[in-house]
Design a protein around this ligand. Structure first.
Ligand code: GTP
Ligand code: MG
Length: 603
């Protein structure tokens, strides 16, 4: 009796080699059978004609259904032990057991191992079934679930398994999950032949350097470093076999078989308090130890005792997020397992993520992922934000959060130009690169205005209270008395209540001109001064501080900052004790007119 997995290969007439995994039939060893049956292209179901369909035959068929193995051949063995009548009865019995299973209608070949009859026909049937099998996908992300680990004298550590999703080459550095140990591939064999590189779908023995046999076990997975992260929570739509003896209940402990791994898990039912035989529903499996699986991997669920296969499903989510609110969780999972690559990728872009991150979450990789991303960007269903992509819906939600945060600051501080950029960034918790890209986009769309280091709503203008307006009107009167010898900012504050913030707001709306930190003028005063200075310069070519003072009836104290202001605006420049024009007279006059022009602000 076979207890554990066995391995062999067969050369077909077309020259192709078929790797064969022999699995135990007895129900006591179903767990070993599960470790071997995962990534196969086709199955050879063996039924002895003298015994016919056994309970484990039905369980094996159910498991093939759960794992999605849907092509194969049936070998009806021990033909030498039964007569024709018995053989045709047994044959009919097997045919009816296949109904409703993935092997329904599969070729059934009668053979005798002892009399060597039917063997050529059996091989031919295997050959034609395999010809119809789809090519193995190469996602450039090789994974090898270990089914055996041993030491070979003269070689060292060797592991075997079926390679999927990519190729391994001698010399590759690999990571062993879930332990995250590193090792290097020293040698590769397929069917006992040394190879430089093994391709997806083949039975492979890897000779590993840098790791001991004792550190390896069936269930571990060998990957390219960093290409897969083990998870201890996974979500899936689980289907319970109609033949299951009982429903699965909330939090029930089950065995999960995925790849070659077998791990205990608690079932968190997301839709109803129980999962009845024949039904399916979204669940989260909380695993006792982490395993390395990818989105789309099939798994089987068994009840530990008495042992029974309950059903299984395909991994839909490995984000590791624990789902709380049931209805929402189910909606998220429905989207993540959507039929098209684009909608699956979109579901993984519920927050800004790099293409690589989103690809892993959605179980897409390489070309499929890139095509989906292009499709989403072209149709506007996703938006690029710096190094990330985000679903349009989530982009809109982020934009709305930013608008709300900015509006809240306007309400709290109506005098301020806006909200500090950094404060808004941390409120939406985005990396600087992504936040800047988002703001840039919103500014372009006219949803947000950048005012220095502040963000404002485009319609925002600092607004004054009635008291502030009346303080301003008294102060304006004082400023207007001798416009070019106005009261200092300190006096404006002590005598009129114009504090720094109010002055800034008045300057922002164009009622005041702040020059340096120590001078405040009415716009008209600055214009008058500039006009007088420019006239003099056009006429005389130069002007001194004293001349500017006398000409405008100002004082030295005020003239200094005013002249500095004209220098800063690119109208004049110091030359010794004099000022000279730096632009042609005509242009200087134009500049004076726009120098203190009031800002147009929407009210
Ligand atoms: N007479 C006869 N005996 C056979 C034939 N095929 C297998 N046997 C015998 O049946 C017994 C069981 O064969 P196995 O190949 O171990 O059967 P198996 O399906 O692998 O059994 P498990 O691994 O326990 O699931 C052995 O003693 C074989 O010699 C056949 O065609 N004719
Ligand atoms: Mg056997």
């Amino acid at each position: 009796m076979t207890i554990d997995l066995g391995f062999a290969w067969l050369r077909l007439s077309d020259g192709n080699e078929v790797g064969i995994v022999d699995v135990p039939g007895h129900e006591d060893f179903i767990r070993n059978m599960l470790a071997g049956v995962g990534p196969v292209d086709a199955v050879l179901l063996v039924v002895a004609l003298d015994e016919g369909v056994m309970p484990q035959t039905r369980e094996h068929l159910a498991i093939l259904g759960v794992l999605g193995v849907d092509r194969g051949v049936v070998a009806l063995t021990k033909r030498d032990l039964v007569d024709d009548e018995w053989a045709s009865l047994a044959r009919a019995d097997v045919a009816s057991a296949l109904q409703g299973t993935p092997l329904n209608g599969a070729p059934m070949i009668e053979v005798s191992a002892t009399a060597k009859t039917g063997l050529a026909e059996l091989v031919a049937a295997i050959e034609s079934v395999l010809q119809a099998a789809p090519a193995r996908r190469d996602l450039g992300r090789p994974r090898l679930a270990i089914d055996r680990a041993f030491t070979l004298t003269g070689f060292g550590t060797v592991v075997t398994g079926t390679l999927v999703d990519g190729a391994f080459t001698v010399g590759d550095e690999v990571e062993i999950l879930p332990t995250a140990q590193r090792a290097r591939i020293r040698g590769i064999q397929t069917h006992k032949r040394g190879l430089e590189s093994a391709s997806p779908g083949s039975r492979v023995a890897l000779n590993l350097a840098g790791v001991e046999k004792d550190e390896l076990a069936r269930g571990m997975v060998i990957v390219r470093p960093g290409s897969l992260v083990p998870v201890s929570v996974l979500s899936a739509r689980v289907e319970i076999l109609g033949s299951a003896s009982d429903a699965i209940t909330q939090d029930e402990a089950v065995k999960v078989h995925a790849g070659t791994a077998e791990v205990m898990a608690h079932v968190s039912l997301l839709e109803s308090p129980t999962l009845e035989p024949g039904a399916s529903a979204w669940v989260q499996l909380r695993l006792a130890t982490p395993i390395a699986v990818a989105v789309g991997d099939r798994f089987v669920i068994r009840r530990p005792s008495p042992p029974e296969t309950l059903g299984g499903g395909a991994v839909a989510d490995i984000s590791g997020e624990r789902m709380r609110r049931r209805r929402e969780a189910v909606a998220v999972l429905e989207r993540r397992s959507a039929p098209t690559a684009a909608s699956r990728l979109l579901a993984a872009l519920d927050a800004p993520r790099t293409l690589a991150e989103a690809g892993t979450r959605s179980g897409l990789d390489g070309g499929e992922r890139d095509t989906a991303a292009r499709e989403l960007l072209d149709s506007g269903r996703a938006v690029a934000l710096g190094d990330a992509l985000v679903a349009r819906e989530s982009f809109d939600a982020l934009a709305t959060r930013i608008e709300r945060a900015v509006a809240a600051t306007h309400r709290r501080s109506p005098l301020r130009a806006g909200a500090p950029r950094e404060e808004i960034r941390s409120s939406v918790d985005l990396a600087a690169k992504r936040f800047n890209a988002l703001v840039e986009r919103l500014a372009k769309d006219g949803r947000i205005a950048e005012r220095g280091s502040a963000l404002a709503l485009p319609a925002h203008a600092p607004t004054l209270t009635t008291e502030q307006e009346s303080a301003w009107s008294r102060a304006r009167e004082a400023l207007g008395r001798e416009p070019l010898q106005p009261p200092s900012p300190a006096t404006l504050e002590s005598d009129y209540g114009l504090d720094r913030e109010l002055v800034a707001a008045l300057a922002e709306r164009g009622d005041l001109v702040r020059i340096g930190t120590e001078a405040v003028f009415l716009p008209d005063a600055v214009a008058t001064f500039a006009d007088a200075v420019v006239r003099e310069l056009v006429e005389k070519g130069t002007i001194t501080v004293a001349r500017a003072r006398d000409l405008t009836g100002s004082s030295r104290k005020h003239v200094l900052p005013l002249l500095g202001f004209l220098d800063d605006r690119g109208l004049t420049r110091r030359s010794g004790d004099d000022r000279i024009l730096v632009v042609p007279p005509e242009q200087a006059r134009e500049r004076v007119a726009t120098l203190v022009a009031r800002k147009k602000v929407a009210q």
